[in-house]
Design a protein around this ligand. Structure first.
Ligand code: IPM
Ligand code: MN
Length: 339
């Protein structure tokens, strides 16, 4: 048995975030992996109290961990004290860009609808470029002639490393298949770069079947026939939108896990459930920990603890209980018992 202890920074965040990360750590420990966790209080509550989002020193400290586990960040719905973008750009995106977490890997497994047989697919979302990069600006602000531009940044380097990662993932599937999703008929410059890179990298992965869908058509396919996908590779904004849709058609966002990965390992990778802070149920014991636990399983996989990762993933997949009735503690206990 691997005796290594992993150093993990735990950013519980706001609302139900701290509850679900605590549950995830319990399950990890029950799976036999030793974690030395260090809590960081970051998010809406910290910002409102101290005016602090994330400084360079803390970012550098976080870089040195074996992994980062994040719960959820954000104020309650209707709380307008924090301007939109302050936490998103200042914390989440700062972590993604600063730690070069260039892949956002989001696996989905059907539990209902047309994927009720448990088929799986995953979205590999480019995580540091596209319209998220922050290119653009405002001219003549507040006037009738105001101009706002927000460009999509697509570098050869960024696209290629994302596409290569997606092919590597696809090549491990029982049915190796990769679908590029874009809007090449309109976004002709960026679309052409993505298409050419996929064609080139494909040469290194002869066993992978390659397909292309326009993003609007992909929305229909995700609803009607998500089982057609293996790995979807796409840009940052399309990946953001498609992954919410994919979550919704595969049992709900309560299951959706994500890994913000730096596969080159020049900084700690970050693991977080896709769902938000759900302030309305925080502290009631009703938070659903399944997505956080699945995210922790992705963390275990990244740390090389594949056997423990598989056991935790299987426990979530086999979980059949009533989340609302069992509550956070009940679900967590059941998961630990079925490991
Ligand atoms: C996500 C979220 C973030 C994103 C927000 C909170 C900045 O929606 O992780 O999908 O857009 O990437
Ligand atoms: Mn999103």
């Amino acid at each position: 048995m691997n005796q290594r202890t992993y150093r993990v920074a735990v950013l519980g965040g706001d609302g139900i975030g701290p509850e679900v990360t605590a549950a995830a750590l319990e399950v990890v420990s029950a799976a036999g992996v030793a974690i030395d966790s260090t809590p960081y209080e970051l998010g809406a509550a910290r910002y409102l109290r101290d005016g602090f989002v994330l400084d360079d020193a803390t970012l550098e400290e976080l870089r040195g961990y074996d992994a980062i586990l994040l719960g959820a960040v954000g104020p309650a719905i209707g709380d307008t004290r924090i301007p939109s973008g302050v936490l998103e750009r200042g914390l989440l995106l700062r972590l993604r860009f600063g730690l070069d977490l260039y892949i956002n890997y989001r696996p989905f497994r059907g539990v209902s609808g047309s994927l009720a047989d448990g088929r799986e697919f995953a979205i590999v979302r480019e995580n540091t470029e596209g319209p998220y990069a922050g290119e653009g600006g405002v001219l003549r602000y507040g006037t009738a002639h105001e101009i706002a531009t927000q460009g999509s940044v697509n570098t050869r380097f960024g696209v290629e490393r994302c596409v290569r990662y997606a092919f590597e993932r696809a090549s491990t599937l029982a049915n190796p298949k990769l679908t590029l999703v874009h809007k090449t008929n309109v976004l002709t410059f960026a679309g052409d770069l993505w298409s050419r890179v996929v064609r080139e990298v494909k040469e290194e992965f002869s066993g992978v079947e390659v397909d292309y869908n326009h993003v609007d058509a992909a929305c229909i396919y995700l609803v009607e026939d998500p089982g057609r996908y293996g790995i979807i590779v796409t840009d940052n904004l399309f990946g953001d939108i498609l992954s919410d849709l994919a979550g919704a058609v595969t049992g709900g966002i309560g299951y959706a896990a994500s890994a913000n990965l730096n596969p080159a390992r020049t900084g700690a990778s970050l693991f977080e459930p896709v769902h938000g802070a759900a302030h309305d149920i925080a502290g009631t014991g009703r938070a659903n920990p399944l997505a956080a636990v699945s995210s922790a399983a992705l963390m275990l996989e990244h740390l090389g603890e594949s056997e423990a990762a598989a056991r935790v993933t299987r426990a979530v997949q086999d979980f059949k209980g009533d989340v609302a009735g069992l509550g956070t503690v009940g679900v967590t206990t059941q998961l630990m018992e079925s490991l």
